[in-house]
Design a protein around this ligand. Structure first.
Ligand SMILES: Nc1ncnc2c1ncn2[C@@H]1O[C@H](COP(=O)(O)OP(=O)(O)OP(=O)(O)O)[C@@H](O)[C@H]1O
Length: 231
C-alpha cells in the first residue's frame, strides 16, 4: 500500500543552522497525526518542505509517491501558520477564490462549515477577529478533498468551544483515504483528535506511535510523555 507521506533522511539547513537532521517520517492513509515539538524543533520547516514552499534539502520526501512540486499541490491542502486570506475579500469571495484555484474544492461543504461555525459569508475578512479568520481558513482548507492535509498550528487563536466544534468538524469530515498532519502546542486540548503522535526534537522525529499504544507503553498522558522527552 502506498503511503501518503514518506520522509527519509530529510535534512534541511538554513546557512549553517541545521533545522532538520536526517528526519524520518512515514504516514499511511487514514491517520490524524499530531506533530508536537518545542519551539524551533523544525515542525514548520518540515511542513514547508512537504508543501514545496522550501526546496533546497537533502534526503527524500514523497507525497503519494511523488516529489513535492506542482503535481502534489493538487493533492495537498495546506494551512500555514500565518494569515493567508486576502483582507479585502468577503468570505464568499474567499470561497470562490478557492473554488477557482483547486479542482477538489467542495463548495457545498465550505458553505456548510461556514454556517456551522456561525460566520456570515457576506462579511469582509478585514472585519473578522483573528479567531474568526482562523475558522474561515480551516473551513476552506477542509473543503478540499485532498490526500494530505498539512495544518500548521490551526487551533491556536480560537476559543475552547470553537476549538471543540472545529475538532468535531474535522473528525466528521475526515476521509480515511487521506491523512492529516497537524502541529500544535495545545497537546492536552487537542490530543483526542489524533490517531498518532510524532514528537520532533532538534530536527528529528524522537518518538512516533499510536496514541493508545504510547499511553499504554509509557503509562501517562501524551503531554507528560512530551515533557519527559523534550525536557
Ligand atoms: N528562514 C529561516 N532562516 C534561518 N533559520 C530559520 C529560518 N526558519 C527557521 N529557522 C530555524 O530553523 C529551526 C526550526 O524552525 P521551525 O520554524 O521549523 O521550528 P518550529 O518547530 O516550527 O518552531 P515553533 O514551534 O516555534 O513554531 C529554528 O532553529 C529556526 O530558528
Amino acid at each position: 500500500m502506498e503511503n501518503v507521506l514518506e520522509c527519509s533522511n530529510l535534512t534541511k539547513r538554513y546557512g549553517k543552522k541545521v533545522a532538520l537532521d536526517n528526519l524520518n517520517l512515514t504516514l499511511p492513509k487514514g491517520r490524524i497525526v499530531g506533530l508536537l515539538g518545542p519551539n524551533g524543533a523544525g515542525k514548520t520547516t518540515l511542513m514547508k518542505l512537504i508543501v514545496s514552499l522550501l526546496r533546497d534539502y537533502r534526503g527524500s520526501i514523497t507525497v503519494c509517491g511523488r516529489r513535492p512540486g506542482l503535481d502534489t499541490k493538487k493533492i495537498v491542502s495546506y494551512l500555514p501558520d500565518r494569515e493567508f486570506l486576502y483582507p479585502w475579500m468577503t468570505i464568499e469571495e474567499c470561497i470562490s477564490f478557492f473554488r477557482n484555484s483547486f479542482a477538489d474544492f467542495q463548495l457545498d461543504m465550505a458553505y456548510a462549515m461556514i454556517e456551522e461555525l456561525g460566520l456570515d459569508p457576506k462579511e469582509k475578512v478585514k472585519n473578522l477577529s483573528k479567531g474568526m479568520q482562523e475558522r474561515v481558513s480551516i473551513s476552506l482548507v477542509f473543503a478540499r478533498k485532498a490526500k494530505l492535509y498539512v495544518l500548521d498550528e490551526p487551533l491556536a487563536a480560537v476559543d475552547p468551544s470553537t476549538r471543540d466544534k472545529i475538532m468535531r468538524i474535522i473528525l466528521d469530515h475526515f476521509d480515511p483515504e487521506s491523512s492529516i498532519l497537524l502541529s500544535t502546542h495545545l497537546i492536552h486540548d487537542v490530543e483526542s483528535l489524533f490517531t498518532d503522535i510524532a514528537i520532533v526534537n532538534e530536527g528529528r522525529v524522537q518518538l512516533y506511535g499510536g496514541i493508545g499504544e504510547l499511553q499504554r507503553d509509557y503509562g501517562m498522558p501524551i503531554e507528560e510523555i512530551f515533557k519527559q522527552l523534550v525536557g
